[in-house]
Ligand binder design. Structure first.
Ligand code: NAD
Ligand code: UDP
Length: 321
């Protein structure tokens, strides 16, 4: 059935891929974005060639009155340098944004998905992280505006479910990468690839022994759509990520190999509250959604390197899924 679907944050990295997939399935898409970290460029191809695509400049900390059948709430800066740039606005985006989008979903009686994050686990004491782990998050550290904002948003989603019987979905997204990432957003995959392609020093923060588990964006979007569309009530959050874990030092060497770069590795101080280990337990997603990531880190990095290569040469078109 063709739907009209709202994607907040649709001009961002993940949102732009999601808009493309939804349009590809024949839906109409209303993309709402304030362009804080996203750009028109990411959705330019849809504006040119998809009559079912609409773009609205709007900040979700303010109420929104539109008519849609489904809502994906992705609006929120995701990289540490961006979400720490204006921490109060980050919390407002998560909390007020959730309240406004949930209010909209309540009026429309429509399904709504929240893009939550592995950051709700903070610097975890258990490994890998299952959804029932309650997390170790600083209330007032530099990452708290993002982590606590997202935790509060989850609380709101499940309260709207209980109190107003809303059909909610909460995806806990782990580190995701791919084309359309912002080249200067400071995330490790984009930093390392851009540095390697320019033969500039690769900046490892700390000893490089900290781990992350990186999911290619196509796999992630597939997981989000399956979660949205799974029938019935989903009363619990669901981890979506790739369980293949790698240290940041290993990632640096892999990027150097894949790009054939002459870059040297340099060390920089480890940011405060930087999580030591992170890896999703995805059993719930496997069972509920019959989903698992399919793209290997090497293949995903090859696609991403090709994108940044074209971007640096000034000729990258945003990727059409
Ligand atoms: P991104 O920064 O590329 O995209 C976020 C988008 O939201 C941008 O287009 C930005 O302009 C928009 N936005 C920010 N504040 C807004 C506001 N107040 N009103 C309207 N639009 C606003 O980030 P992304 O990586 O695409 O992340 C998308 C979502 O997924 C975020 O909610 C993020 O927290 C979540 N997430 C991402 C990752 C990851 O690794 N990329 C991991 C966990 C969770
Ligand atoms: N990191 C790094 N060099 C960089 C950027 C990041 O060593 O140039 C490290 C960072 O300290 C963290 C990991 O890479 O341990 C992932 O950082 P990112 O900002 O991508 O995501 P997050 O910390 O939110 O998982």
């Amino acid at each position: 059935m063709q739907k009209r679907i709202l994607v907040t944050g649709g001009a961002g990295f993940i949102g732009s891929h999601l808009c493309g997939r939804l349009l590809g399935e024949g839906h109409d898409v209303l993309c709402v974005d304030n362009f804080f970290t996203g750009s028109r460029r990411n959705v330019q191809p849809y504006m040119q060639s998809s009559p079912g695509f609409e773009l609205l400049r709007h900040d979700i900390t303010l109420p929104l009155h539109v008519e849609v059948d489904e809502i994906y709430n992705l609006a929120c800066p995701a990289s540490p340098i961006h979400y720490q740039h204006d921490p109060v606005q980050t919390i407002k985006t998560s909390v007020l944004g959730a309240i406004h989008m949930l209010g909209l979903a309540k009026r429309l009686r429509c399904r709504i998905l929240q893009s939550s994050t592995s950051e709700v686990y903070g610097d975890p004491e258990i490994h890998p992280q299952t959804e029932d782990y309650r997390g170790r998050v600083s209330v007032f550290g530099p990452r708290a505006c993002y982590d606590e904002g997202k935790r509060c948003a989850e609380t709101l989603f499940f309260d709207y479910r209980r109190q107003h019987h809303l059909a909610v979905r909460v995806a806990r997204i782990f580190n995701t990468y791919g084309p359309n990432m912002h080249p200067n957003d400071g995330r490790v995959v984009s930093n390392f690839i851009v540095q390697a392609l320019r033969n500039e020093p690769i900046t490892i923060y700390g000893e490089g022994e900290q781990t992350r588990s990186f999911c290619y964006v196509d796999d992630l979007v597939e997981g989000l759509m399956r979660l949205m569309n799974v029938p019935g009530d989903v009363p619990l959050p669901v981890n979506i990520g790739n369980p293949t874990e790698i240290t940041i030092g290993e990632l640096a060497r892999l990027v150097i190999d894949l790009t054939g770069s002459r870059s040297q590795i340099v060390r920089r101080p480890l940011p405060e509250d930087d999580p030591t280990r992170r890896r999703p337990d995805i059993e719930r997603a496997r069972e509920l959604l019959k989903w698992r990531p399919k793209v290997s880190l090497e293949d995903g990095l090859e696609h991403t390197i090709a994108y940044f290569d074209r971007l640096i040469a000034g000729q990258a078109d945003p990727v059409l899924p």
